[in-house]
Ligand binder design. Structure first.
Ligand code: CTP
Ligand code: MG
Length: 181
């Protein structure tokens, strides 16, 4: 199978949580509306409980479907998301890690006095990638190193900013998102 397809396939459980969060987010913010020591919001109203939970479950759900496809059609040559119990740490790593990376980035954006929704080039595009890799490496190191070869990692770093930009423009056009980034 083409390595570009494999790279996107492996990252779908990390890509989709943020899109789910955009659609289903809202309600109580993760920081409960509280400020940090600098008098600014800890995370801001853009990081909510509902968005984070539904985003994570959405990513795990997609991952289960993809894993089922990969396992039942080995002829396609698409990687699975771990055998047996490994499936759960892998999918949680990818999808919860993506949400966590985005939350950590918002923390730093607020410290940089950036308002909710203000764009920070490359951080907005790659925060969730770094978060998903970090947590997956921690929870399922063997699966991670077997699947994320240096070639796949390089492809992900190159195509993700473009994919992210494209989906956010679509999200903006269909009015699911306030800004086109
Ligand atoms: N969202 C959410 N919970 C999350 C992440 C996102 O509810 N953990 C929802 C929010 O409605 C948010 C939207 O998805 O406004 C877009 O997400 P994102 O671009 O990550 O947030 P921003 O609003 O741009 O805020 P920030 O400046 O902190 O990135
Ligand atoms: Mg944003």
């Amino acid at each position: 199978m083409n390595p570009l397809i494999i790279a996107i396939w492996l990252m779908l459980p990390a890509y989709l949580p943020n899109n789910f969060a955009v659609f289903f987010g809202g309600g109580k913010p993760l920081d409960f509306g509280r400020n940090f020591l600098d008098g600014r919001r800890i995370l801001g109203d853009g990081k909510t409980f509902r968005g984070t939970i539904i985003g994570t479950l959405g990513g795990v759900g997609i991952g289960l479907v993809l894993d089922f496809v990969a396992s039942s059609r080995p002829d396609l040559g698409l990687p699975d998301f771990g055998s047996g119990y490994e499936l759960i740490p892998v999918l949680l790593g990818l999808s919860l890690g993506a949400m966590a990376g985005d939350v950590v980035a918002s923390f730093f954006k607020r410290r940089m006095r950036m308002k909710r929704g203000e764009s920070l080039f490359l951080v907005d595009q790659l925060d969730f990638v770094i978060g998903s890799w970090a947590l997956t490496l921690l929870l399922a190191p063997r699966w991670f190193s077997e699947n994320f070869t240096s070639e796949i990692i390089l492809i992900v770093l190159i195509v993700t900013p473009a994919l992210h930009r494209a989906t956010n423009i679509i999200g903006y056009k269909i009015k699911a998102k306030k800004e086109p980034w």
